[in-house]
Design a protein around this ligand. Structure first.
Ligand code: 13P
Ligand code: SF4
Length: 327
């Protein structure tokens, strides 16, 4: 499904002797030369957030990918995000700094397992809502895609007379059921990062900062969501924290989120939500991308995302439906 393509020979390479600032400048120059846009997710390392044209959540990044007129998209995020950009931009080249940057949620729902399940449950005539954290093969079997930023809107818009199957995140699915009152069957996938936060670890930090509201991502478990003052997508965390009168705020999501919060709201203190063990709250997939890999990827135009046209075309429909519905 993924192939490499090198149409332009390497002219120079990102060497470790360069400083981060040199490389940032050179990457910006290279982006201009290649007519490339650099998109970065909120969990990326600070250097990549700083060099990007746009930093945001999955929904914001999808809109940016849909509207760009650049020739190339350098996607600093995980594979399913870059793949989504390719699905809606078949004629553009989409480059990911590290092809191994996967996602535990996406892995939890292999396309063939979903196909098998839907075949076995054919009598249910499921309307399939797929959280964007899944592969193109899963998107191709979905009726509509959603992100954490628009999930309740998408679920509310689902036909009232159909059974809904929500894949692959059981926690986000359960959260949307609570908000919309719409019953759904949930695929049993989880994000390995967000399930590390527990009621005990959050109560512990609450005791330490009794006046700080807790903001958690919907991929967290029910026990953690129940303790949170706000549950929302990473982008909405920025808005919530800007508007909150609190001076200190506990952030229960991947640690990369703290960079944008501190940068955009310098007068407040952000406390990373702890876990019960020494786990640092970092997504190992998101952190595979580095400034140097991003530079070399754009220089060599690889690794590049490619997809069989039949899958791409089928996967595009539910993404376009989502973009239309969440406008
Ligand atoms: P957001 O769309 O809220 O940024 O979430 C993406 C993600 O991967 C969360 O783990
Ligand atoms: Fe996937 Fe979790 Fe990493 Fe987000 S934080 S990319 S859901 S593994």
């Amino acid at each position: 499904m993924i192939a490499t393509a090198v149409n332009s020979p390497p002219r120079r390479s990102g060497t470790p002797s360069r400083t981060g600032l040199d490389l940032t400048k050179e990457l910006r120059e290279l982006a201009t030369e290649r007519k490339a846009i650099i998109l970065a997710h909120n969990y990326q390392v600070p250097e990549l957030q700083e060099v990007a044209d746009f930093v945001g959540d999955s929904l914001g990044l999808s809109y940016q990918a849909a509207k760009t007129d650049a020739d190339v998209i350098l996607f600093c995020g995980v594979h399913f995000m870059a793949e989504t950009a390719k699905i809606i931009n078949p004629t553009k080249r989409v480059i990911l700094p590290d092809l191994e940057a996967g996602c535990s949620l996406s892995e939890s729902c292999p396309p063939e397992k979903l196909a098998e399940f839907l075949k076995k449950q054919a009598d249910k005539n499921y309307y399939v809502i797929a959280y964007i954290n899944c592969s193109a093969g899963v998107k191709a079997q979905a009726d509509v895609i959603c992100t954490s930023g628009n999930a309740d809107k998408i679920v509310r818009a689902a036909p009232g007379d159909r059974n809904i199957l929500f894949v692959p995140d059981q926690n986000l699915g359960a959260w949307v059921m609570e908000r919309t009152g719409r019953k759904m069957d949930l695929w049993q996938g989880t994000c390995y990062v967000h399930v590390e936060f527990t009621a005990r670890s959050i109560n512990r930090i609450r005791d330490e900062y009794p006046d700080a509201p807790v903001v958690a991502h919907p991929e967290c478990t029910y026990a953690v969501r129940m303790l949170a003052d706000e549950v929302c997508s990473t982008e909405k965390m920025i808005t919530f924290c800007k508007n909150s009168p609190a001076r200190e705020i506990i952030i229960v999501t991947e640690a990369g989120m703290l960079h944008r919060l501190k940068k955009e709201i310098p007068d407040k203190t952000f406390i990373p939500g702890p876990t019960d063990n020494c786990f640092c709250g970092e997504c190992r997939f998101m952190k595979m991308n580095t400034l140097e890999k991003a530079y070399n990827a754009l220089l060599n135009m690889e690794p590049e995302i490619t997809l069989p046209e039949s899958i791409r075309k089928r996967a595009e429909l539910p993404i376009l439906r989502m973009l239309e519905l969440s406008r």
